[in-house]
Design a protein around this ligand. Structure first.
Ligand code: GLC
Ligand code: CA
Length: 567
């Protein structure tokens, strides 16, 4: 009896974890306790630049739908689409004038529904970009708020009197100038952390907060699988308007450098994240954070003390590190030591392309492959940026008059803006890289003739095929999906090596991050393994394809080697 009882209890517990209706920390989990987003590969799409289907030179939702086969074959499980909502496009969509619609230039809500339905068929979930900090100054909420001091919506934004003829305090906008914009109609200033056309919402007003939570629910009901939360750090400002401390020097816009002590990272944000999470949990949705942090500890706070805030705060620190085995090892170990689920990112629409950033100027393709070998085999969820898988490169404007991103005009020449990392996806070597039959909204780098999807699909050694193989491996190998991260050879200055290990299997990854051949030895005895035999899973060094032991390896410059170890 006793035996039967505990056995059936065990089965009940198993079922509770495995059944789709179960909830643990608000998410449906697989039999090993992993929610869906931990096994998914995410891919950021900048919709203006992905694929144009109507010849206006601007990408659209139908274009994304047309490329679902490509995304599926690449190994993408979820796409994050940068804002595609109605917008005056001052900040290319990050100035939203209606949270519950699609901008005409991108299509219609019906196009969106179609993308989502077909996405479902392809196993590709849709993540939208929620611009939580501010709206467009053309949003009906702001039009109402700015119409009079007695408007019902006055308190939806942050309005203050000036001090004499001056702004209320010294706060500066991230995109240049004072963060206070004078409104002659109502004789007050409003606050904007970004452009003046992006007034900050007043998150201290519970009606605003409820409207925003309701917006996420509206999209979840439509089938959206989660949100990337834009600029979460800037939701709150000091209510007493204390001046931000001034630092030495001036920035690209000619403003004094300041420490955004009273305009960034205020603790109030955590209550908002908890509330957003409560809504997300009802739909098994994921919240990804644009969390620009200086330390792993700061990033850690965004998961929430009770794991009740963001499931996926992005590790954007990785984008600032130099390409180096030593530097990466230290960071990865620190991140893994927290026990949280990491979210690795190497590029996005705000920073120069990873190919340029990590590249040394002469081995950029090899380095791009090394970066992929690393962040696609680490413990955690990767978020790719479109075009990174084909080695897309930055194409910065050379003349101020060619700049499209307003910060590039304001900050020229120190700040050239972000056009360079937002160029159209390179589909083929046809005119305009196969992106449009019209005039593309942004320039296309000359390198497209070589770096494009069609060419790279044909070349077994291309960056694209390297990504495809890595992603296929990642989806099928249990150790890569859920294994622990165990650093190896921690004193090696050139080769980054680690094990991903479950109880039943281990995968060894070794990446030579130097331009010199490296001999390495592995002593795995501490991990209970001998390293013999080893089965090569993937390598870009031909001589290692049939290798069967990892006790000693010679790695060519920038070569990567991945092997399964059973003993
Ligand atoms: C985020 C976006 C960036 C945008 C800014 C203002 O940083 O990634 O592109 O300009 O927020 O919304
Ligand atoms: Ca179009």
């Amino acid at each position: 009896m006793r035996h039967n009882f505990s056995a059936s209890l065990f089965v009940m517990i198993l079922l509770a974890f495995a059944s789709p209706g179960s909830r643990a920390q608000g998410n449906v989990r697989d039999a090993q306790g992993h929610p869906w987003y931990q096994h998914a590969v995410f891919y950021e799409i900048y919709p203006r630049s992905f694929m144009d289907t109507n010849g206006d030179g601007i990408g659209d939702l139908k274009g994304i739908t047309a490329k679902l086969d490509y995304l599926k074959a690449l190994g993408v499980d979820a796409i994050w689409i940068a804002p595609c909502f109605p917008s005056p496009q001052v900040d290319f969509g990050y100035d939203v004038s209606d949270y519950q619609n699609i901008d005409k230039m991108y299509g219609t809500l019906a196009d969106f529904d179609k993308l989502q339905t077909l996405g479902k068929d392809h196993g590709v979930k849709i993540i939208l970009d929620f611009v939580v900090n501010h709206t467009s100054d053309q949003h009906p909420w702001f039009l109402d708020s700015s119409s009079s001091r007695t408007s019902d919506k006055r308190n939806w934004y942050i309005w203050r009197d000036g001090v004499g003829k001056n702004a209320p305090n010294n706060w500066v906008a991230l995109f240049g100038g004072s963060a206070w914009q004078w409104d002659a109609k109502t004789n007050q200033y409003y606050y904007h952390y970004f452009y003046p056309q992006q007034p900050d919402l007043n998150w201290r007003n519970p009606t605003v907060a409820d409207a925003m939570y309701g917006t996420t629910e509206w999209w979840y009901k439509r089938g959206v699988a989660g949100f990337r939360l834009d600029a979460v750090d800037s939701l709150f400002e000091d209510p007493d308007l204390k001046d931000d401390p001034v630092l030495p020097g001036i920035n690209a816009y000619g403003d004094p450098n300041v420490d955004h002590q009273y305009t960034q990272n205020l603790p109030e944000v955590h209550a908002v994240l908890k509330n957003l999470r409560t809504v997300a949990n009802k739909y098994d949705a994921v919240l990804i954070g644009e969390t620009w942090k200086d330390t792993v500890a700061q990033m850690g706070a965004y998961y929430g003390a009770g794991h009740d805030e963001l499931q996926m705060p992005m590790d954007l620190m990785l984008t600032k590190l130099k390409f180096s085995a030593v530097i990466f090892r230290a960071h990865i170990s620190e991140v893994n030591a927290t026990g949280e689920w990491p979210v690795f990112v190497i590029g996005n629409h705000d920073i120069p392309r990873s190919w340029n950033r990590y590249g040394d100027g002469s081995h950029n393709d090899e380095i791009a492959k090394d970066m992929a070998a690393m962040y696609l085999t680490l413990r955690g969820t990767p978020i790719m940026y479109y075009g990174e898988e084909i080695g897309m490169q930055n194409k910065d404007p050379v003349r101020r008059e060619d700049v499209k991103d307003p910060i590039g005009k304001l900050g020229w020449p120190k700040e050239k803006g972000r056009d360079g990392e937002r160029t159209p996806m390179q589909w083929s070597d046809e005119p305009n890289a196969g992106f449009t039959t019209g005039v593309p909204w942004n320039v296309i780098p000359d390198a497209y003739k070589r770096y494009n999807v069609a060419n790279e699909l044909k070349n077994p050694d291309s960056i694209l095929n390297w990504y495809k193989q890595l992603l296929a491996l990642r989806h099928t190998d249990a150790a890569l999906l859920k294994g622990d991260y165990l650093p190896l050879n921690e004193n090696d200055l050139n080769v980054l090596s680690y094990l991903r290990k479950t109880d039943g299997e281990a995968v060894l990854v070794a990446i030579n991050m130097s331009a010199v051949q490296q001999k390495i030895n592995f002593d795995l005895s501490k991990t209970g393994l001998s390293g013999k035999p080893a089965k090569t899973l993937l390598t870009n060094q031909a001589s290692l394809r049939n290798n069967s032991s990892v006790t000693e390896l010679t790695l060519d410059p920038f070569a990567a080697y991945i092997a399964q170890i059973t003993k």
